[in-house]
Design a protein around this ligand. Structure first.
Ligand SMILES: Cc1cc2nc3c(=O)[nH]c(=O)nc-3n(C[C@H](O)[C@H](O)[C@H](O)COP(=O)(O)OP(=O)(O)OC[C@H]3O[C@@H](n4cnc5c(N)ncnc54)[C@H](O)[C@@H]3O)c2cc1C
Length: 389
């Protein structure tokens, strides 16, 4: 593994640091998150911050300059993430759009689609959601049933999607539909870019365990989507979807920053919470110290796994199964941190931000590929074990 910051990346660090000092006003600091309310002041502020980032060329630095990026290399991207994280700067309002959907539009989109969608996505003027999962198609995404039938120059879409993050805010959706029922499961799927304002689109919010609305169900009843909104060739939607997901996995490189900051917060919590016996603090307890050390080590392991993935990218190795290791270590560490925080706080863990974190962290077992599916990938592709029957 080779992990050094070239001079170009360090000079970019100085540039972005100076820019953040001037532009990151305190009013922008609250992170938008997916549970932001439509028409709220928080959304307006997040949009203003997003405009600032995009107008300065920092909306998506890895993109080509013609779409508002700067063709940034891997180490510049790492530096950008580190600097944004250092000052707790909110990220884009459109994380799914930028990291998952834009790469597919760049690779498969027509020039008209690229011109129409990429700049507006970069500025946050369009917010995107991903319409992949269905009530009976999650891990086994290829069994999706939402259908589209061609009627002249229009697709007629019918069906239901679920777990759509940002669905309540989005005005566009990257939608996977079945267009050939007779083809094999992974064939006969098409990717459509769907205007959420079309007649027949209904968004129904789903409340999470933390009482937030970031998920939604989306229903499609005879929705007429113009054929020029097909992304990639008809019946090749699986290939388009896999491009999207490959880019999603590429984001693992930055996971360790947030997790290690949480470990530091946990250690501070243990150092400032009075001990159960009324003597000293929770961090003095020998069993608690073992738990804290375990979380610290897991955070450092995640850093090494992330850096290995970055190093692989620098040396032109395709993003492989290490994405699954990082996802697994990240989700389990995040959950361990919140469990140990509950042990530190005792009954006080039932309310407040740590309580919310503990409930929210359960979703990490599922989001972005479930723990069981990632274990399958690690078993088969890294350990060379036989396929599960
Ligand atoms: C925070 C979050 C955000 C999300 N955002 C979106 C979004 O924006 N758009 C979208 O389309 N979807 C989204 N999803 C949905 C997500 O992609 C699915 O939940 C995920 O693919 C799992 O599908 P499922 O819920 O249908 O579970 P299932 O696939 O039904 O799995 C149920 C259980 O069975 C296990 N299992 C399934 N298959 C296997 C197997 N072959 N071997 C071993 N175990 C197996 C799973 O690990 C799991 O424990 C999101 C989910 C979360 C939690």
């Amino acid at each position: 593994m080779d992990f050094t910051y070239p001079a170009k990346a360090e000079s970019f660090r100085a540039e972005i640091r100076a820019w953040l000092e001037i532009n990151l006003e305190p009013r922008f600091r609250a992170s938008p998150g997916a549970h932001i309310d439509p028409d709220s002041e928080a959304l307006a502020l997040a949009l203003e911050w997003n405009h600032r980032l995009a107008d300065a060329g920092y909306g998506a630095i890895a993109w080509p300059p013609e779409w508002g990026g700067r063709n940034a290399g891997v180490m510049e991207q790492v530096v950008f993430v580190e600097e944004m994280h250092r000052v707790n700067a909110p990220s884009s309002l459109n994380p799914i759009g930028l990291s998952n959907i834009a790469p597919a539009i760049i690779q498969f989109g027509t020039p008209e689609q690229q011109q129409r969608f990429l700049p507006a996505m970069l500025r946050g003027d369009d917010i995107w959601c991903q319409g992949f999962s269905e009530p009976d198609a999650g891990s086994d995404l290829a069994s999706l049933k939402t259908s589209a039938v061609l009627d002249g120059d229009t697709w007629i879409v019918n069906g239901q999607k679920t777990w759509n993050t940002f669905g309540h805010l989005a005005n566009w959706c990257e939608l996977l539909v079945r267009t050939d029922r007779n083809a094999a499961k992974h064939k006969g799927i098409t990717c459509l870019l769907v205007d959420m304002a079309l007649l027949g689109v209904t968004v129904r919010p789903l409340m999470t365990l933390t009482a937030d609305n970031e998920f939604n169900e989306i229903f499609f009843d005879d929705v007429r989507v113009p054929v020029e909104m097909t992304l990639g060739p008809p019946n090749e939607g699986w290939r388009v979807a896999m491009t999207t997901l490959a880019y999603e996995r590429g984001g693992v490189a930055k996971l360790h920053l947030g997790t290690r900051a949480k470990v530091a917060k946990l250690i501070d919590l243990a150092r400032s919470t009075p001990g159960r016996s009324g003597d000293g603090v929770m961090a003095d307890d020998p069993v608690m110290r073992q738990h804290l050390a375990q979380c610290y080590l897991e955070g450092e392991l995640l850093k090494l796994v992330s850096q290995r993935a970055i190093s692989g990218e620098i040396h032109g190795r395709p993003m492989g199964p290490e994405g699954s290791i990082a996802k697994l270590v990240w989700s389990e560490t995040e959950q361990h941190i919140t469990e140990v925080a509950s042990d530190v706080l005792g009954p006080d863990a039932l309310h407040g931000p740590w309580a919310r974190d503990r409930a929210y962290a359960r979703s990490f077992t599922i989001a972005g590929g479930t723990t069981q599916i990632n274990k399958q990938i690690i078993a088969q592709r890294i350990l060379g074990m036989p396929r599960d029957r």
